[in-house]
Write a protein that binds this ligand. Structure first.
Ligand code: NDP
Length: 265
């Protein structure tokens, strides 16, 4: 673990579930943690409660699906923080049903949210900084067709190309032709496949700047999303996220991990 003195971590979706537990873990590791959530009342209450344990946490509102929120948060980081050493893109949704609204909303929060937030904060992420994409086993390439697998894992794919690919999925669903074009009927799956692809792309591009980025699957965890039947506690699920956020300077980048161990893309 790096020496965290004076280091600042930002966690999205930190008012409950894995985001809250990750904030607790990073604060225990000595980070000043900026907990963010879209609901200001819930987020502030979660941060207040965590602060009673002596944790150096504070709250800022941030709906990752709203570009205006991201712009306001970027300004806060520039003027109020000056640096972000660890960014944990944790916020995510898993909606029931499958239609164009579900697809648009899911991609907006799970893929475009982390993409836009990370781009907005990159200027304040210093050398040695670490980005964690909270992903899922649902994002594994084995869950999609061979054709899509080749396109998402193409080494020449860049972020604009990936955005075009994701928009192709959205447009295929809107026109009712996604199945004939080989896309699965799962917005959540594509959102995490795309998030993983973004992790690989940015790992290559950010390496010269000394910034690490990894994707983490927390396993099936008892949160509002995972439900009460899940096999893992939030503590177990968050441990691997905290691990990825506190990697030493020579730690891995461009990997997909569960419980601090590499898993297949
Ligand atoms: P929860 O549903 O408990 O928490 C999700 C968090 O994301 C909440 O804080 C929620 O805030 C926040 N969120 C949702 N939409 C937005 C938004 N637009 N802007 C900001 N915050 C938002 O789920 P988990 O803690 O389980 O999920 C955390 C991450 O872990 C997700 O990315 C999920 O995909 C991933 N994951 C979870 C698994 C599990 O089994 N639980 C398995 C694999 C991956 P609000 O209270 O406002 O809704």
């Amino acid at each position: 673990m790096t020496t965290p003195e004076g280091r600042i971590a930002v966690v999205t979706g930190a008012n409950r579930g894995l985001g809250l537990e990750t904030s607790r873990g990073l604060a225990s590791a000595g980070y000043r943690v900026v907990m963010t959530a879209r609901d200001a009342a819930q987020g502030a209450a979660a941060a207040r409660e965590l602060a009673t344990t002596g944790a150096a946490v504070e709250f800022q509102p941030l709906d990752v699906g709203e570009e205006s929120n991201i712009a306001a948060f970027r300004e806060f980081t520039r003027t109020g923080l000056g640096r972000v050493d660890v960014l944990v893109n944790n916020a995510g949704i898993s909606m029931s049903g499958f239609d164009i609204d579900v697809v648009r909303r899911t991609l907006a929060v799970n893929f475009f949210g982390p993409l836009r937030l990370t781009e907005a904060l990159l200027p304040v992420i210093p050398r040695g900084g670490t980005i964690v994409m909270v992903s899922s086993g649902m994002g594994e390439l084995s869950g999609i067709s061979a054709g899509l697998r080749a396109r998402f894992s193409d080494e020449s794919l860049d972020a604009p190309g990936l955005v075009a690919l994701v928009n192709e999925f959205i447009e295929s669903v809107a026109s009712g032709r996604h199945e004939e074009r080989g896309w699965p009927s799962s917005a959540y799956r594509i959102s995490k496949v795309a998030l993983n692809a973004l992790t690989r792309i940015w790992a290559r591009e950010l390496a010269p700047a000394g910034i690490k980025i990894n994707a983490v699957c927390p396993g099936w965890v008892r949160t509002r999303m995972g439900g009460p039947g899940a096999g893992r506690s939030v503590e177990q699920g968050a441990r691997g996220i905290v691990w990825a956020g506190t990697l030493p300077p020579d730690g891995p980048s461009g990997g997909f991990f569960r419980d601090a161990r590499p898993i297949e893309w």
